[in-house]
Design a protein around this ligand. Sequence first.
Ligand code: ATP
Length: 360
Amino acid sequence: MIEISGLTKTFGEGQSAFTALDDVSVTIRSNEFFTLLGPSGCGKTTLLRTIAGFLDPTRGSLTLDGEDLLSKPPYQRPVNTVFQSYALFPHMTVAENIAFGLQMLNRRKAEITATVAEMLELVQMTALADRKTSQISGGQQQRVALARALAPRPKVLLLDEPLSALDFKLRKEMQLELKRLQHETGITFVFVTHDQEEALTMSDRIAVMNAGTIRQIGGPRDIYDHPAERFVADFIGDTNFLQAKILSTDGAQARVRLVSGGEIAAQTAADAPVLDDGASVTLAVRPEHAELCAPEGALLSGRLRDVVYFGTDTHYHVALDQNETFTLRRQNQPGQTQVWQTGDHVGLNIAPGIPQILKD
Ligand code: ATP
């Protein structure tokens, strides 16, 4: 278990000082695939480099299984890193690259041979063991980099955007491969990406970061279905935002009135402060969580501005009567006829409890 508490990193001093990590606290469980997700510059790499020991934090603590890591140099931490650039030795073979770290650790020869064979098997590169790494493809280099980092059996593997140099198809393949490797080795993976889809498909839990802070931590479904604040709702997936007023609250549920006058049950974020009756709030609703209907008696109504066909689904852009816009996404069925046309006056319904009340 990695425990990070109050971690702050400030680069530079005085007027030019820049805080890249601002009081970050998080517990990463052993054996989990944990992802740091956020836009460019939010501090993901800084956090990863601090765990690895390449950067000293300005403040805060960092322990692994109860043991202080900050007092140890990088090579004494049971942590290894896979870099975006792979950093392989081009003049060495695949097997020699994998063996290199083990030799540096003075492992016995027989043990090195056995581990290299096992790692080659694990990343399905046995057939190419004697090839120079300058003579293999990008995807294969990625596998070798992973095998090399896993070979010393670190407790934690740090991965900094390791798939970003791969083309789309290979990237999808390696996403599954990485998840399999994590599962088979039982090593804790801390994975950095700015790609929300990658984070949702691969992670056990995700920490969404912005401007040096962690905004929300949770499982992929939790983060997608229950974004706590606007930044998270906006950064992950598409979201509609609706203004509303609180009528009453009951634990995690609240009854709200939309600008249209319609009323609906909504969820509050787990750690949100108690909301007063009459308070103005913003609701988040995913495009696939609403449906089109006749305007009479509907929760919302408006004019259908665009109907965009995407093969697997169709997107409907509605200009609501209250000056807001709403996008719906419905899955297409074979042989289905298009009921709604651009220009139609349409209604829009949302299931009770689905809208998420965002924190300010
Ligand atoms: P990316 O996805 O683009 O790699 P990131 O989330 O990994 O972004 P970091 O590399 O952690 O971001 O950088 C966080 C912030 O700290 C950035 O604004 C960056 O410019 C700044 N920063 C990083 N290293 C230094 C440094 N050595 N000196 C000054 N500022 C730095």
